[in-house]
Write a protein that binds this ligand. Structure first.
Ligand code: NAP
Length: 314
């Protein structure tokens, strides 16, 4: 009998073939009648396959008495009720490291695109506006300070790239890191007021909800920029939109939003903002590596081996 997996999303064709060989997957996201599918399979399912930002809550997991593992596609696990999993002894796996370079590249892409106004410049050329004179001047990266909120795997990869562009690095996180030379601000608001660009790279979830609040945004200098490759939930989105519309900050590069795929309408009209549709890890190579890690974790679990990349509960 193949182990049965409740799938809240699919994988790529290569890994779908591997899954089909070894498991019975039930695609809840594609079910015409989700309730009927749940009723039918709930008693047999031993794993859930999900993404960090999809909802995998207690109400769903309560219905699966044999659940042993929640395998997440993605490093963030903010959609999973971790307290519930911990209390019930359900293991959780994610896909760290394999996506770090891509997300850091996108963070720098958004940084350069926003500060150097690359997307606005592209629109300017296409609209034929160059005939009427040059684009207004933009902002230099070299010599500026980037403040990173969340100096983890991705935060450090961003820092290394930003240094190569001549930027200085400071950071804010809950705990000090002895192997890091960059200055740490214990207070986020203080750091926001001191930097030229605030880079949001911490995890989402309840602990960081609204961390970049009205006060943090208010502390930022009018000439400073904001980039978010973390989760939309980390920023008070209405306050951020207000600050951008009123020109109280210079611009923003945003890959993630509070209610994806919905983006606050006022952002569409702002030349100072660069918007991408949550594509931090969205390259063929990285998505393949992430999907493979999901399958490898499932395989390890069902072979009785330790998970390759287990989520370490606090
Ligand atoms: P990580 O290695 O676990 O790093 C997270 C960092 O955030 C840690 O240094 C942690 O340090 C810090 N942090 C956690 N809670 C914090 C808080 N309340 N205040 C300040 N800092 C806090 O994770 P990662 O691999 O770098 O990934 C980071 C996040 O990037 C993911 O969780 C995910 O949400 C996001 N992501 C986005 C995309 C995308 O497509 N845009 C793709 C991949 C990942 P302390 O615990 O010491 O505070």
């Amino acid at each position: 009998m193949k182990p049965e997996i409740l799938m809240l999303r699919g994988l790529l064709p290569r890994q779908t073939a591997q899954l089909d060989e070894r498991y019975a997957g039930h695609r809840l996201d594609l079910a015409e009648d989700r309730e009927a599918m749940l009723r039918e399979v709930a008693g047999r399912v031993t794993s859930i396959l999900t993404s960090g930002e999809l909802t995998c809550d207690a109400a769903l997991m309560d219905r699966l008495p044999k659940l042993e593992l929640v395998a997440c596609f993605g490093v963030g696990v903010d959609g999973v009720d971790l307290d519930y999993c911990k209390a019930r002894g359900i293991a959780v796996s994610n896909t760290p490291d394999v996506l770090t370079d891509d997300v850091a590249d996108l963070a720098m892409g958004l940084t350069i695109a926003t500060m150097r106004r690359i997307v606005a410049a592209d629109r300017f050329v296409r609209a034929g506006a160059w005939q009427n004179g040059p684009l207004p001047l933009s902002t230099r990266l070299a010599g500026k300070t980037m403040g990173i909120l969340g100096l983890g795997r991705i935060g450090k990869a961003i820092a290394r790239r930003a240094e190569a562009h001549g930027m200085s690095i400071v950071w804010h996180g809950r705990s000090a890191q002895s192997d890091v030379a960059w200055h740490r601000y214990p207070d986020l608001e203080e750091m926001a007021g001191a930097v030229d660009l605030l880079m949001v790279a911490c995890p989402g979830g309840p602990a960081t909800r609204g961390l970049v609040n009205r006060a943090v945004l208010g502390a930022m200098k009018p000439k400073s920029f904001l980039v978010n490759i973390s989760r939309g939930s980390v920023i008070d989105e209405p306050a951020m939109v207000e600050a951008l519309v009123e020109g109280r900050i210079a611009g923003a590069g945003l890959d993630v939003f509070a209610d994806e795929p919905n983006v606050p309408a006022p952002l569409n009209d702002l030349e100072t903002v660069v918007l991408t549709p949550h594509i931090g890890s969205a390259t063929e190579e990285t998505r393949d590596a992430m999907a493979q890690l999901v399958v490898d974790n499932l395989d390890a679990h069902y072979a009785g081996r330790p998970l390759l990349t287990p989520w370490r509960f606090a």
